[in-house]
Design a protein around this ligand. Structure first.
Ligand SMILES: Nc1ncnc2c1ncn2[C@@H]1O[C@H](COP(=O)(O)OP(=O)(O)O)[C@@H](O)[C@H]1O
Ligand SMILES: O=C(CO)[C@@H](O)[C@H](O)COP(=O)(O)O
Length: 499
């Protein structure tokens, strides 16, 4: 048995993979709370992730009705970019600022300018640092919490922190590290020189964790944790990775030609590359994968949160809200939602607010509003796919995971808008499954019996063909027209935007 843990923005998910049966036999789930304010603060207490992990773990173990001592290894996936700071005693100094925190937009703008803009950032880091990446969170902390900043002895990301809790080791790997803004994604190594752009930050060089390869084990579970979780004394923990990196594994996206769409709190669209490619559009985050390759990715920040907020406003269940949307025509009769409630990463508008445009007596209805939500949150993905296509990354189909993947209407909308087939994996939790598969892969390597990851995912990632949706060209034309209206309105409202 292999355990996969995914610490997402809204919850932690745990899956148990039976490697002999080649299937997920149980899963567990526990929510997280968010500390937020109107200025863009989005933080969580790392200790809450541990509580959620334990809760989700016991749910999964009890559902599977297994003895936890049969678990051989663990892999951890985590929301990317979050800043977890520990002092010299290994204690958390302050809540973690998350990937979706936009309070640090001014610090990111300053740092990007100091790096020499998009081109300078690309030259030094191999990608363009964007609001949400870890670097600007450090600059913010130095500015507003200087004494806490001085105490930083360990710089971790959310999945690194859970690995630290499990094993006592502060280490990381290239996939998640590539979203920090102080990591050179070409070399797959730290770029501590960028700390010179932050005052009084020389101590951060010594706070960087060692980077291990993805097929390596990070360490064994600490005896105290093994006892708490009922594990044997000999359970190993793999390198793990960012949630998008692990979702790539859990959807079989470990070779060129594949693409993964994750519909969680964020929307991400990612491909696989065997080498780093310098010619990508600056909107594409040229991350490393957690499989020793690269994972060019587009991320939009406003997704299922917007659905949740609007359906609550209309007092509808998610099914009713979806049915409402389906009952309105494509293009919502001219109603367009620019859904940037919490700023946006793609398009690059970190401090934008949402806008509802084109209201008429005809379209100001719950049905049109619901449709405008699904369309508005999907257009950023259309833009992102166009950027990936321009780089020659063309998928035959897209494998979709995350909470929103369950929504058949939305999957069809995306297939029609993006003009590509969309299908779900049989195991719903792609990132948690990816983490379990990585643990199995690393376990083989540890035992001197290396297996090929592509073959492993071919065996372990089954697709649920009943979820496959095929694009309809007629609807595609209608979405194309609606997308033109969206783009026109976007440019008009945000003339500073370079698309
Ligand atoms: N049928 C559905 N349609 C749209 N959104 C859904 C549906 N089912 C669940 N969701 C949304 O999925 C989100 C959770 O997705 P998840 O991938 O677990 O997020 P994260 O990993 O960011 O915590 C919730 O906001 C939930 O409302
Ligand atoms: O910031 C990014 C990608 O760069 C996000 O995709 C986070 O990794 C959060 O993921 P979810 O909680 O939405 O899965």
């Amino acid at each position: 048995m292999y355990l996969g843990i995914d610490c997402g923005t809204q919850s932690t998910k745990v899956v148990i993979l039976d490697a002999e049966k080649e299937e997920v036999i149980a899963q567990g789930h526990a929510p997280h709370s968010l500390i937020s304010d109107a200025k863009g603060k989005r933080e969580q207490n790392p200790e809450d992730w541990i509580l959620a992990l334990e809760q989700a773990y016991w749910q999964a173990v009890n559902k599977a009705a297994i003895n936890p001592s049969s678990i051989r290894a663990i892999g951890v996936s985590g929301q990317q970019h979050g800043l977890v700071v520990l002092d010299a005693q290994g204690q958390v100094i302050r809540p973690a600022k998350l990937w979706c925190d936009t309070e640090t937009a001014p610090q990111n703008a300053e740092l990007l300018q100091a790096l020499g803009g998009d081109d300078g950032s690309m030259q030094r880091l191999g990608l363009v640092v964007t609001t949400g990446y870890t670097l600007s969170k450090l600059a913010w902390m130095q500015q507003y919490h200087p004494s806490d900043f001085k105490r930083i002895a360990h710089l971790l990301l959310p999945h690194d922190f859970l690995n630290y809790w499990l094993t006592g080791q502060c280490m990381t790997e290239a996939g998640d590290a590539s979203g920090t803004g102080y990591f050179d994604v070409r070399r797959r190594g730290w770029c501590p020189d960028v700390f010179e752009l932050i005052p009084d930050a020389s101590h951060l060089r010594n706070a960087l964790p060692d980077v291990i390869d993805n097929q390596q084990m990070l360490g064994k579970v600490r005896p105290e944790v093994a006892k708490r979780l009922g594990l044997s004394a000999d359970v190993w923990v793999s390198s793990g990775g960012g949630d998008n990196m692990m979702a790539a594994i859990g959807t079989g996206n470990v070779q060129e030609g594949r693409m993964t769409l994750s519909l969680g709190t964020s929307a991400t669209l990612s491909a696989h590359l065997n080498t780093h490619y310098d010619g990508l559009h600056p909107s594409i985050a040229h991350f490393c994968s957690s499989t020793n390759g690269w994972l060019p990715l587009i991320c939009t920040m406003n997704l299922t949160g917007v659905v949740e907020q609007m359906r609550q406003l209309l007092n509808l269940s998610i099914t009713e809200f979806t049915d409402m949307a389906a009952s309105a025509p494509i293009g919502a009769s001219g109603l367009t939602l620019l859904p940037f409630l919490n700023g946006e990463r793609v398009p690059n508008l970190p401090q934008a607010q949402g806008q509802l445009l084109g209201m008429t007596p005809l379209n100001l209805t719950s049905a049109h509003m619901s449709r405008a939500v699904f369309e508005g949150i999907s257009y950023g993905l259309k833009y992102g796919l166009d950027c990936l296509l321009a780089a020659g990354l063309r998928p035959q189909s897209i494998c979709v995971t995350g909470g929103g993947a369950k929504n058949t209407f939305w999957r069809q909308l995306l297939a029609d808008l993006l003009r590509v087939e969309i299908v779900c994996p049989a195991a719903a939790e792609g990132a948690a499954l990816g983490a379990a598969i990585q643990a199995l892969w690393a376990d083989h390597h540890r035992q001197g019996d290396p297996v090929n990851l592509t073959e492993l995912t071919a065996r372990l990632v089954a697709l649920d063909e009943s979820t496959r949706v095929v694009p309809c060209s007629e609807k595609g034309e209608a979405y194309h027209e609606a997308y033109q209206t969206y783009q026109h309105r976007l440019r008009f409202q945000f003339p500073e935007l370079t698309l």
